[in-house]
Design a protein around this ligand. Structure first.
Ligand code: ATP
Ligand code: MG
Length: 354
């Protein structure tokens, strides 16, 4: 095997293949990933097995969206020559790591995870929580550590999951007696989590409140028009509230002219600035941001074979890396490698005979 001389810090992040990506992903994570791929060794995981944890009744959706999410990656500027794009279900080492990690976390700790709690509620599982869903933080720990990633660019909602990963890492390292696995840090942009266009909760594929990166100009116009503002700001002349006003939250996330946004906020607070004018500015910005992404995406969608080949070769490379981590963890925990059992049995016999 060639000597691994790449000393750059490793990034692992990814997305569930539950639908095309949206502006929340862009602000929360994709933007960072595009910038960091030059200075880091970056792996992006198409998390199809994680997507099954709450979509077991619709595996076709999970499969279909592998291509959609890969298209989104390439359309926003992920360069497959710099970033390895891989498919979670093609990496069996991650599944085995998950199984091992489940012994280093308790059910009550999983139930206390604030992200999981919130997601269980949003999905209306009641008492019927799929076990795979409750345990997905352990799988996520396997994803991150399987690549020995130390940097995880994610949205704010993911912070408790990184914390839980590090807890598992510490327990496992303590058990093994040396730092086999590195701890990871979440890289969270100042935008935090982008709310949905309705202002209720975060923008999410599963909640129908998203502007996808592939939105048409008309979709964008409609979404901005119905965007939640200040419900008490009925006349342009009256003062309005900026906090919780989705249009301003989006301007904060996507308008690069900070001074202009601050001036608009002051004007809105003072009164004399109508919602329609602020929305016009936001619409212009979103149209300009999404037009080139949409065009690149449409061009790539003409050649799905090319995109899936990228995923296939990325998965092959990732398989080696994750298998190497699994081997280390297995041996750290004293599990015999199956193909070596015979050798060891022989070694044992020889040493007793001597
Ligand atoms: P689902 O509804 O299927 O859970 P999702 O829209 O929440 O989908 P994920 O695939 O779960 O998307 O999240 C992928 C990444 O995108 C995570 O790092 C997450 O933090 C980030 N992300 C998702 N939605 C937002 C958002 N609204 N604002 C900021 N970051 C987000
Ligand atoms: Mg999610």
């Amino acid at each position: 095997m060639p000597l691994d001389t790449d000393q750059r810090p490793v990034i692992l992040t990814g997305d569930r293949t539950t639908g095309p990506l949206h502006l929340g992903h862009y602000a929360g994570s994709l933007r960072n990933r595009v910038a960091l791929q030059h200075s880091h060794r970056q792996y992006l995981l198409l998390a199809d097995t994680q997507a099954l944890t709450d979509n077991a009744a619709d595996p076709a959706k999970v499969r279909r969206n592998v291509l959609e999410v890969a298209l989104d990656y390439l359309a926003v500027g992920i360069d497959p020559a710099k970033t390895t794009i891989c498919l979670q279900s093609g990496l069996p080492a991650l599944a085995e790591l998950t199984l091992l990690y489940l012994n280093f976390v308790t059910v009550s700790r999983l139930e206390r995870n604030p992200t999981i709690k919130e997601e269980i509620q949003a999905r209306g599982f009641g008492r019927d929580i799929p076990a795979g869903f409750l345990c997905y933080p352990a799988a996520q720990a396997a994803d991150i550590t399987g690549f020995k990633a130390t940097v995880v660019p994610v949205g704010e909602d993911q912070a408790p999951l990184i914390e839980q990963t590090n807890e598992i890492v510490r327990r496992l390292n303590r058990q093994i007696g040396r730092a086999v696995l590195p701890e990871a840090r979440a890289l969270i942009p100042s935008v935090g989590r982008l709310p949905g266009v309705d202002g209720k909760g975060k923008m999410s594929k599963s909640q129908g409140n998203a502007i996808p990166l592939s939105a048409t100009p008309d979709d964008i116009r409609d979404a901005v028009r119905r965007m939640y503002t200040d419900p008490n700001h009925l006349r342009a002349g009256e003062p309005g509230t900026v906090e919780g006003n989705v249009v301003f939250t989006y301007l904060d996330a996507f308008d690069e002219d900070r001074a202009a946004v601050e001036a608009l906020k002051a004007h809105y607070r003072r009164g004399g600035l109508g919602d329609a004018a602020v929305k016009r500015r936001l619409e212009d910005i979103l149209q300009a941001l999404l037009a080139p992404i949409r065009e690149r995406r449409a061009a790539l969608a003409q050649d799905p074979g090319y995109v899936l080949d990228i995923v296939r070769s990325g998965t092959r490379a990732a398989r080696e890396r994750t298998q190497a981590t699994l081997d280390e963890v297995r041996s750290g925990l004293g599990l015999l490698a199956f193909e070596r059992i015979e050798d060891r049995a022989c070694a044992l016999r020889d040493s007793t005979a001597a």
